[in-house]
Design a protein around this ligand. Structure first.
Ligand SMILES: [Zn+2]
Length: 88
């Protein structure tokens, strides 16, 4: 009997997630619009490889060890990744 209740609860949860998931798609579109406006933001960030300062919107982003890094080019980004890889 308890198992049935658990199964019902799971089914309700999945159904709930599906419904909220459909609703989320609309908000996701709004979020992507937000990212576009964020890219216009010209906050300067430093490239950890060549130490160039560049606008955040133009930078290549990389999430590494819960930290966000910004690079001036794909080259610096891959160089950073390979440097980190060698240390490990
Ligand atoms: Zn660079």
């Amino acid at each position: 009997m308890l198992v049935r209740l658990v199964v019902l609860a799971v089914l309700f949860y999945v159904g709930y997630r599906l419904i909220t998931g459909l609703g989320k798609k609309k908000t996701e579109k709004k979020q992507s619009e937000k990212i576009v406006s964020e890219q216009v933001e010209d906050v300067l960030v430093e490239d950890p490889v060549c130490h160039t300062l560049l606008p955040k919107g133009q930078a290549i982003r990389l999430q590494h060890d819960d930290q966000l890094y910004f690079f001036c080019s794909e080259e610096c980004c891959s160089r950073f990744i390979s440097d980190k890889g060698e240390k490990k």
